[in-house]
Write a protein that binds this ligand. Structure first.
Ligand SMILES: [Zn+2]
Length: 76
């Protein structure tokens, strides 16, 4: 008897649908789940939007201080 490795969706548990593993990293941590095509649709939709977004160069978040600013902060 052949063994069939079937990944079952963690959300609907439907054995008739093949599921794929997904890992989502957020501020709250990293989450892994096996999702069928239907349950993965919202994620894929977001992914497509991320992939297709225009590349926007954001200025660095770290403020740049000049030596002058640092001297002022020291109160000299
Ligand atoms: Zn599902």
């Amino acid at each position: 008897m052949a063994k069939i490795n079937l990944t079952i969706c963690d959300i609907c548990g439907d054995r008739s649908k093949d599921a794929a593993p997904y890992t989502i990293k957020t501020e709250e941590g990293s989450f892994s789940a096996d999702l069928c095509e239907d349950d993965a649709k919202p994620i894929k939709g977001v992914l497509d939007r991320i992939k297709n977004r225009p590349v926007v160069r954001r200025p660095g978040r770290v403020p740049v201080a000049t030596m002058e600013d640092i001297e002022k902060l020291k109160g000299n």
